[in-house]
Design a protein around this ligand. Structure first.
Ligand SMILES: Cc1cc2nc3c(=O)[nH]c(=O)nc-3n(C[C@H](O)[C@H](O)[C@H](O)COP(=O)(O)OP(=O)(O)OC[C@H]3O[C@@H](n4cnc5c(N)ncnc54)[C@H](O)[C@@H]3O)c2cc1C
Length: 323
């Protein structure tokens, strides 16, 4: 029994970012886990995702043509189980995504493997896999061991591990599956893309983000003008997006967007709820402005101020010639 099997995801002919990040996470484990690093790809023969996943560290890309590019949990589940019995990996990795969550636990249960979800760290210590996940609303991290389990299945949190920068030299192997007929109980009808947005939180390098501490939605245009004048991207916490005062594309966090390329994050009137932190706590330089010195965001900020958010807006407007 050996190796690591990554069950990859793809959409519209491109590999999902999470799948590439899992390769980065798996590469760090390769010295502790004997055997190849394999990527499993269920496809309709499209080579786009295949090329995307040929990343440094990947030894083999296993393709199973299931006649469809669309995700189907029951097909992913059956094919992963079938191939795991043949390839005998000791670690099976899915993304902690809607797709990964739809089949990873059933794969683990049916194969009788160890299982943990939403993993943010992995290492091999004394020959045993240790996986880290957070608990109690993100307040503590747990290191999990899997005694007596020779195989472990994990789902890996997005925007946590770095995808390899360079391409690899993976061999490509096509395998058959009994689910290769693509027969399914569900039918893919359509994708509904989110409304087009003028900003991309995932790509932004500097974000000025506003939360309920700016008092009310009437103040959003003030901060939007400041952000525009500074040439930075306007982000927000969920309440303003939920209420429709800013498009969802501006929301940073677990159910919004992870600010994965951000270098400087300025959080104004944001408390630092775990779901918001999910999207920004990894950023090197965080500046928090919050009139409550006990706000959780200060636990993650490099610089902080207890100045009133609207006093800050007044000062910035004066400085930037906006008043
Ligand atoms: C499943 C789920 C998913 C979620 N996903 C997300 C997500 O993706 N992104 C997200 O942001 N949230 C998300 N949330 C909501 C999250 O739990 C919080 O409710 C939300 O982040 C709070 O937003 P906030 O910090 O703006 O507001 P609050 O928590 O109300 O914080 C406002 C802050 O402003 C400060 N303040 C008040 N007045 C002033 C002032 N005059 N000057 C300066 N500071 C002031 C206060 O001290 C306070 O800390 C999610 C929740 C759930 C359950």
């Amino acid at each position: 029994m050996s190796g690591i099997l990554i069950v990859s995801e793809h959409l519209n002919g491109r590999a999902a970012r999470i799948s590439k990040e899992i390769v980065g996470a798996a590469n760090a484990l390769k010295s502790g886990i004997d055997g190849p690093l394999r990527v499993l790809m269920l496809s309709d023969g499209d080579e786009g995702p295949l090329n995307d996943m040929n990343l440094e560290g990947v030894d083999e890309i296993v393709i199973v043509n299931v006649g469809s590019a669309h995700f189907d949990a029951s097909i992913y589940e059956d094919v992963t189980i079938e191939l795991s019995k043949t390839l005998r990996p000791s670690l099976i990795l899915f993304g902690h995504t809607a797709n990964g969550m739809a089949c990873a636990a059933s794969v683990a249960a049916r194969l009788g493997t160890g299982y943990a979800s939403d993993i943010i760290g992995m290492k091999v210590a004394a020959g045993k896999l240790i996986a880290t996940r957070s608990a109690h609303g993100g307040k503590i991290n747990l290191d999990l061991a899997f005694p007596d389990k020779r195989v472990v299945t994990l789902t890996i949190r997005g925007a946590t591990f770095k995808a390899p920068d360079s391409a690899g030299h993976a061999s490509v192997v096509e395998r058959e599956s009994t689910r290769g007929d693509g027969k399914s109980h569900i039918e893919h009808v359509d994708y509904i893309d989110p409304p087009a947005a003028d900003i991309d939180i995932a790509k932004a390098e500097i974000i000025l983000s506003v939360g309920r501490g700016i008092q009310n939605a009437d103040n959003i245009p003030r901060f939007a003008a400041i952000a525009e004048k500074l040439g930075v991207t306007l982000g927000c916490s969920r309440p303003f997006a939920d209420a429709g005062f800013l498009p969802k594309a501006h929301q940073v966090g677990q159910s919004g967007t992870v600010a994965s390329n951000c270098k400087l994050y300025i959080a104004i009137g944001i408390s630092g709820a775990v779901q918001h932190l999910y999207g920004m706590k990894h950023i090197d330089t965080i500046i928090a402005v919050n009139n409550d010195p006990g706000a959780p965001i200060f636990g993650f900020a490099k610089f902080g101020s207890n100045v009133d958010s609207l006093a800050l807006a007044d000062a910035l407007e004066a400085k930037l010639g906006l008043s």
